[in-house]
Design a protein around this ligand. Structure first.
Ligand code: ADP
Ligand code: ZN
Length: 681
């Protein structure tokens, strides 16, 4: 693996493999058929790009999305790798250049859209140019049952047989059915080596909140992340437009996106989002498949997703570069009602519908979780053993109470009214609110009337929502959404089981203050980070590539924090490979050393010399003593040039210091300065 490790460092600028990458690279390089299942952001591309460089000949990469292919090709070229794409988006010149590189045997990676395989000439061409490996990105596109099915993917199996070369397939979709189908369609049923990488995305912070002025909640979340790329998912097309409007009014750079837009407009939105820095897209779930942006810093759900799988996939679009990313998912009783209705009114057969309710229940369980979200989420995916400390419930544990009695009262109100009413009316009964509707039905004489006055309306709403979340009650579409009890509630009704509920944190809702901006680095490093980003943007615009093709966020953050002062030090930063160092190293170093201009000119003259750091220490000591050891004396300090002289003093002793500083200053600072100087020598 030494060859791989060297290339990893030299070409990609990474010190280490991400979990799982090393094994996959080894197997693929060795020419084994492989199927690798890695979470989004796990670093799949590297697992075929690196073997492509290690192997003789050309690696063909089949990938479903033209825009993404082009970006990957640009990124490889930036790293000094000979790569090209054959897609319908090419200019004739681009296509000529690819063919030329192929003919002279220079090209290492050839990206192709699956549609290309339909042309009879494609296989002949690939046979001629010496293909030694096929890599299939987004391999789940062969699955006819998934929503990403691409018929042309079915041609890949024949391609593999015609070329008789190893094939490496990659996907983030883990479920068994899809895996079986991939093996059948791509590998002709012959089991490849499988790699299943864990599903934890530790850099993504998980958070949920019950809806409480959802528009305000989303605006607040976005305001705290101004200038960072984010996605807001909405349940309806109309809402994407109105919420985008509200965000625009609040001063954000924002677009909306939904499946009802013209194909061209959708393409424009996708391209802008991919290229630009700090843009927000407010979208339906139609947005995502075409997106491969590693530096999405946050994802918010203005409405509850449809299942726990959908949730995982949607939040997973954040933080693919491994730098911190945040998520917020809002949910309320209306969402639950809507999602249940969608399942019930769908055309799926009954057992499928039951499964869909189950997947929704899993998500609701996550939304109403009482302990760590990450544990709850990953347990669903069969991974129990995780450490978190990075979700809202780890940040601040939920306040819980024994809700058994409350739930039994609510169930009793439901049953005594024959399961014909919604939460609003049931709450009126419980708190004894004598409305017209109550009087008309004579519900004021029910034994449950007014038995729930220990909670107010808002609290009861939270209790009902949680009952829906635990699937103790379900809205019945045939009864205008009236709540009906499920079998899951029976043990509680019979007093055989208890239930803990969470108190909705009213604190969170109460904070109408402007939220503190969530920075990716400390205050100290923030100005440098934005200067580095500005430099990156300039390069990206000049080269017409997305910003992350130059350097990704994580690389810039590391630069801002470690402040390399030389090209050698710069080369140590993760993401700075040899080619990029050569191309951009000096320019970014200049930005970092530009920081020096904020220094006192006298100090700047000492930069890079030992006296420079001594000067800084003297300055710190002086600040401590500026009002004397007790802090009660008159302020006193030395000029910059005087400090510089002290810093450069050779063979310092108290007499020399006294001569230089004069009596008063020598008395106050002399001994402490002397300590600094002795320490340094
Ligand atoms: P996905 O698995 O979603 O296709 P990518 O291949 O796009 O993920 O990689 C996601 C991000 O991780 C990219 O920005 C890539 O540069 C970065 N990356 C990949 N491998 C490493 C590594 N070994 N060290 C650091 N960053 C890496
Ligand atoms: Zn947690």
């Amino acid at each position: 693996m030494t060859g791989a490790a060297t290339l990893l460092q030299d070409v990609f600028g990474f010190d280490d493999f991400r979990p799982g990458q090393a094994e996959i690279v080894e197997a693929v390089s060795a020419g084994e058929n492989t199927l690798a299942i890695m979470p989004t952001g796990g670093g799949k591309s590297l697992c075929f790009q690196l073997p492509a460089l290690l192997r003789e000949g050309v690696t063909v990469v089949i990938s479903p999305l033209i825009a993404l292919m082009r970006d990957q090709v640009r990124a490889l070229q930036e790293a000094g790798v000979s790569a090209g794409a054959l897609t319908s988006g090419n200019t004739p010149e681009e296509t000529d250049a690819v063919f030329e590189a192929l003919e002279v045997g220079r090209l290492k990676l050839l990206y192709m859209a699956p549609e290309r395989l339909a042309a009879g000439s494609a296989i002949g061409l690939l046979q001629r140019v010496g293909v030694s490996l096929i890599a299939v990105d987004e391999a789940h596109c062969v699955s006819q049952w998934g929503h990403d099915f691409r018929p042309d993917y079915l041609r890949i199996g024949a391609l593999r047989q015609a070329l008789n070369v190893p094939l490496a397939a990659f996907t983030a979709t883990a479920d068994r059915e899809t895996r079986v189908e991939i093996v059948e369609k791509l590998f002709d049923g012959q089991a490849p080596r499988e790699f299943l990488q864990g599903f934890d995305r530790p850099n993504i912070h998980l958070g949920f909140a019950a809806k409480d002025g959802p528009r305000r909640q989303i605006l607040g979340f976005a305001a705290a992340r101004k200038g960072q790329s984010g996605i807001v998912y909405c349940g309806t097309r109309a809402k994407t437009e109105s919420l985008a409007g509200a965000l625009r009014e609040a001063g954000h750079a924002v677009m909306h996106y939904h499946g009802g837009m013209e194909a061209d407009d959708r393409r424009i939105a996708e391209t802008r989002f991919q290229r630009e820095d700090g843009l927000i897209v407010v979208a339906t779930v139609a947005f995502g498949m075409g997106i491969d942006k590693p530096d999405i810093r946050w994802v918010a759900h203005a409405d509850l997703p449809k299942s726990i799988e959908a949730y995982y996939q949607e939040i997973g679009r954040a933080g693919r570069d491994g730098a911190p990313a945040e998520t917020l998912t809002l949910f309320g009783p209306e969402d639950i009602r809507l999602r249940r209705a969608q399942i019930d009114e769908g055309l799926a057969p009954p057992e499928r519908r039951a499964a869909d309710h189950g997947r929704l229940n899993a998500l609701l369980g996550l939304a109403e979780a009482l302990t760590c979200r990450r544990k709850t989420l990953l347990e669903y995916f069969g991974e129990g053993d995780v450490t978190c400390g990075h979700c809202d419930l780890c940040d601040q544990p939920a306040e819980v109470f024994d809700g058994t009695t409350a739930v039994r009262k609510a169930l009793s109100a439901i049953l005594r009214t024959d399961e014909w009413f919604g939460a609003g009316h049931l709450i009126d009964i419980l708190i004894g609110n004598e409305t017209d509707k109550i009087r008309q039905r004579g519900h004021q004489s029910l034994p449950t009337y007014g038995v729930g006055t220990e909670y107010d309306r808002r609290q009861w709403q939270a209790i009902f929502r949680q009952m829906m979340g635990y699937d103790l009650v379900r809205p019945d579409p045939d009864r205008h959404g009236a709540l009906r009890m499920t079998d899951a509630a029976l043990p509680i009704l019979r007093d055989e089981a208890q239930i803990m509920l969470r108190r909705d944190s009213i604190r969170a809702a109460a904070s109408n203050r402007r939220p503190a901006v969530k920075a990716m680095v400390s205050d100290e490093d923030a100005p440098l980070l934005s200067a580095l980003k500005a430099k990156r943007r300039a390069f990206a615009e000049a080269a017409k590539v997305p910003a992350y093709v130059i350097f990704n966020d994580r690389t810039l953050i590391e630069m801002a924090q470690t402040r390399p002062q030389s090209l050698d030090a710069m080369a140590q930063v993760s993401g700075v490979g040899a080619k990029k160092l050569e191309r951009y190293g000096a320019a970014f170093l200049e930005v970092i050393s530009g920081e020096v201009t904020h220094m006192h000119p006298t100090r700047r003259k000492l930069a890079g010399r030992e006296a420079g750091s001594i000067y800084d220490q003297l300055l710190a000591v002086q600040a401590d003593l500026s009002r004397g050891a007790e802090g009660t004396d008159k302020p006193l300090s030395c000029s910059a040039s005087l400090l510089a002289k002290v810093a450069q003093l050779r063979d310092a002793d108290s007499t020399a210091l006294q001569r230089l500083l004069g009596d008063r200053r020598a008395q106050r600072f002399g001994p402490a300065f002397l300590d600094v100087l002795r320490e340094a020598s």
